[in-house]
Design a binder for this molecule. Structure first.
Ligand code: CA
Ligand code: CA
Ligand code: CA
Ligand code: CA
Length: 385
């Protein structure tokens, strides 16, 4: 069993995932909390933090490693009911095989947890492995079903959690399968041709109660060129999912924001002004910095082949600013792209890809890639395209 990685002194960074907030009443009018549930929830949160805090202090034992930490695709990174679809760098989350539904963060309470002494359900408890939230869906209906993941059968209202990676990840994936009864689940990784690269199963049968807690299985996959991964229970076995970690061995994904002050991303490619693009710093909820944009070499950055505007006596510097663009307390980098160098960009809407290099503490470099969708206009174009 891998100890949880949340420390006692780090605060969970609550991020605003834009327009993606859900009100309680929007989830099918389901009563999600009463006084008793609230009390249980608070008690569970406190005890979880005490236990994981102790384990984290025990596990650290020294200064933080300078190595690249994994990306923590963690529902607890955001408030409950936050849409998680594009909340993490390079990872798009969706629901496969179930009803039309968006992936959101939900509490980990299950009505199906077995009583440790009588081995009889139900005892309502939170079975999240990291503080209190798990992956869920905004499908309406009973909340307990909205956080059960399974490959079927059709009609259960359950689907598999799908994570698409951009760029395709050379990575080690881990995810916790949280079994609320005798479940068997899996994680499977595929390449862009839907070829199965690897699958790993987690089995909780016959041992679902350990010291009053439901069992969880942490399953791991290591592969290159992972285009997407699927996780959940096998047919007939719904289980909860939490703590997806992606440990990259090659190119890192970054969150970027083309025209940070324009949510529509309307890009007039005939404008003479430079095009601002924010490269965002991303902190894991455990406190480690997955990507620090202030370490980016702005001279290395390009957007669809267009470089950053050069300034200085010999044009030896790249025009950029360091500032907190998304107001999360972490400084980001804004580069100014030379717009007339955006060759071959003629579509109405398309994804633009930004590439570059981060300079590491030991002066080695790590490549990164990010993308953002833009709405192209050609207002007042005087050049031929
Ligand atoms: Ca969690
Ligand atoms: Ca189950
Ligand atoms: Ca924008
Ligand atoms: Ca920031």
């Amino acid at each position: 069993m891998t100890p949880p990685e949340f420390g006692p002194t780090v605060s969970i960074s609550i991020k605003d995932a834009g327009e993606s907030r859900f009100a309680l009443g929007e989830l099918g009018g389901v009563p999600v909390s009463n006084e008793r549930t609230k009390a249980v929830r608070v008690a569970a949160a406190i005890s979880t933090w005490l236990v994981v805090g102790f384990l984290a202090v025990f596990a650290m034992g020294g200064p933080a490693s300078a190595q690249q930490p994994p990306l923590e695709v963690e529902p607890d990174a955001f408030p409950e009911f936050t849409v998680l679809t594009n909340a993490f760098p390079g990872v798009t989350l969706s629901n496969q095989g179930g009803p039309e539904a968006t992936v959101i963060s939900l509490d980990g309470f299950s009505q199906f947890v077995f009583d440790a002494t009588t081995i009889k359900p139900p005892v309502i408890d939170n079975i999240a492995t990291t503080p209190t939230l798990v992956f869920g869906r905004d499908q309406g209906g009973p909340l307990d079903n909205a956080k059960q993941w399974s490959e079927g059968p059709v009609g259960t209202g359950q689907g598999l959690l799908r994570a698409d990676f951009y760029p395709p990840a050379d990575a080690v994936l881990t995810i916790d399968l949280l079994c609320d009864d005798d479940d068997i689940g899996f994680v499977k990784a595929f390449d862009e041709f839907n070829t199965l690269l690897e699958s790993q199963f987690g089995d909780c049968r016959g041992d679902n109660v350990t010291a009053g807690r439901p069992k969880f299985a942490c399953v791991t996959i290591a592969a290159t060129d992972i285009a997407y991964a699927l996780a959940g229970g096998i047919i007939g076995e719904g289980l909860f999912l939490d703590r997806l970690h992606v440990d990259y061995s090659d190119t890192l994904p970054v969150l970027i924001n083309i025209k940070p002050k324009d949510d529509q991303n309307r890009v007039n490619i005939c404008d003479k002004k430079t095009l601002p693009v924010a490269i965002l710093t991303f902190a894991n909820p455990s406190g480690s910095i997955f990507f620090d944009a202030t370490d980016v070499d702005p001279l290395s950055v390009s957007l669809e082949g267009a470089g950053v505007k050069r300034v200085g006596k010999d044009g030896e510097k790249a025009l950029h600013q360091i500032k907190d663009v998304n107001k999360d307390g972490l400084k980001d980098m804004v580069v100014q792209i030379v717009r007339e160098d955006l060759v071959g960009v003629v579509g109405d809407t398309e994804d633009m890809t930004l590439m570059g290099q981060r300079v590491n503490n030991d002066t080695t470099r790590t490549a990164f890639v990010g993308k953002d969708a833009v709405d192209i206009t050609q207002f007042m174009c005087l050049r031929s395209l």
